[in-house]
Design a protein around this ligand. Sequence first.
Ligand code: ADP
Ligand code: MG
Length: 687
Amino acid sequence: MYLGDLRFVSMEHLSFLTTRQKKILEKMGLTSIYEILTYFPFRYEDRMQISSIETSLISQKPVTTLVQVVAHESIFFQNRRHPKIIVQDDKMRASLLGFHRPYLTKHLRIGEKYWLYAQFVMKYNEIQTSTFEFEPYQQGVSPKSFGKIIPVYRLPSELHLKEFQSIVQKCLDHYLPQIEDEIPLYAITGHKLLSKREAYQEVHFPTDFSLLRKARLRIAYEEIFAIQIAVQLRRRALASYTKHTRYSDTHTAWSFMEHLPFSLTTDQKKVMGEIEQDLLSSQPMHRLLQGDVGSGKTVVAFFAMLVAATNHHQAALLVPTESLASQHYHTLAAIVQDKISVALLTSSTPAKERKEIVERLQTNALSLIVGTHSLLQPDVRFADLALVVYDEQHKFGVEQRLALSKKGNHPDLLVMTATPIPRTLSLTLYGDLDISILREKPKNRLPTKTYWIRAKEYSKMLDFVRKEIEKGRQAFFVYPVIEASEKLELKSLEHYHQQIQHKLAPYEVVWLHGRMSPEEKTLALERFRSHQAHVLVSTLVIEVGIDVPNASVMVIEAADRFGLSQLHQLRGRVGRGEYQGYCFLVTEDDISEEGAERMNILCQTDDGFAIAEADFKQRGPGDILGVRQSGLPELKVADLCDHRFLAMCMEDTRRIIAYDPHLALPKHQGIVEGILKFLPMDYLSSG
Ligand code: ADP
Ligand code: MG
């Protein structure tokens, strides 16, 4: 049996669980033994060293100590009597305050010795603590929760830590001996890794800190190993397809590029060349295009789509938001004029028009389509879908990606992302894709000047914005919430909009947020785009892709509430045309240290790669990259910033697949049965 098989062993098999415990675990999302065993402690308490009350006072940290109870007293608090237990270790006395724990005197008896874990403070002229754990001391008997490292799990208040520890221990005792290792033995011995069983025992109940470190390393290894095997097998599978689509002419598509209002950068031309080669090849293209915000990815996608269309095939561009879809549609329509048919499909497309589009797609009367999730609906079928492009791909889950690709016969695939990812990392996560990078920004770009604004500079900033508007520029104001929030001390977006309108009158300020109807959104955006409105106040909806080259100012309110990559994306909305861009990060005077660090990083650099690296360090890469939506196994322990470690895992799996491409050897059975079996269906076979 492999650990993954325990996904299918439900709690019902644990006869020792009470109904109450089962309910709590279920609420925590722990519905199988697998989930319990992979619910790792988030920290550990060091109760190895026996220390003293004095040490706790000095270090202001909890300690383990051995005490004797010397007296029972009591204190009055809120009209009630609560026990106060006086203890002493070799050096000093302290009081244990048992608020609402009247039974304590029974458990802590005068004259007896106890193990105690507590942090002591000096208060009201005595040394005291009110949160403590204890266990009777018995000579010659080793204590249960002392003298060792104690795992601490994130738990709801109804579930006591000791209860959960005991559940985990029982699961380990019962199931661990049956668990086999999915990692080949030679890799384990080669890297001196712990075995699966050792690792899971030690990560929950470490013998010492060095073994704990090894346990975590081993689990990190298997996490990356699983992803790598999946990604590389997929790469092989994809390479084995022959596509049916044939291209004879790329010249016509190139000629469209000659009529753009700008000349392409060298990087754009290079990437278009790579895509051209992919399209001409007999295997489906599988390419990831990375480029910082404003690097000009869209036109590259259009080029690929034009190659498809000029060869009488169909191409679809899937984008995460309606406003972005409409923007891309208009740009594309302007490029192709009436030489190629192109349509826009979103949830606000009127039914009659939608029906017509669907029909034209089925008969190949429509070559190019730009759309949102609406494109994924089952009745949207294509006569000859040869190319699929995803913009802002991390906004889509694997299921959605598969859904569109399946509408064609192994179509060529281009995915685009504005979150630059360090190379080792992108190889780890997207190693099944070829990677192109737009490093160079279009020539006329000046880096956006970024300032951190606090209360006393605010009105000066508004004066500046007004001057920019007078010069003919436009401004974005981004606000973190729609409804007022007492907790964050923020007024509603509506209130904020009125305030800005008032301050910038007579210029027109429109507003936009995610809960508006599609018509309202389009209207607001159109007014801004057409320069009838001078300022757009909005929530984060403008994070992705909106392109208004005339806008030169981006004001971000409560900027410390946003992550680094988000802020960088927002900043990328300005400085896209020939005008100098300005970004103002507005915060309270007093913000967290991490928040301040983010502001400083943004003021210092405009380099998306540097910012992405800093973001990984602050937040961990999980949610940035959408690892969770990728369909790949989740990472709980692995540190995606550890490039050397990633490279090592990658090299191991690469060798395995090169040597045994079908994983047919007995020593690789664990990989098949313990890893591949648990990938999402279709993962290996579909694009
Ligand atoms: P992103 O990579 O963030 O998606 P876009 O494709 O939206 O960037 O491009 C940003 C802006 O730069 C658009 O207004 C686009 O027309 C313009 N642009 C793209 N390529 C060039 C170029 N080579 N020279 C000048 N402007 C360009
Ligand atoms: Mg874009």
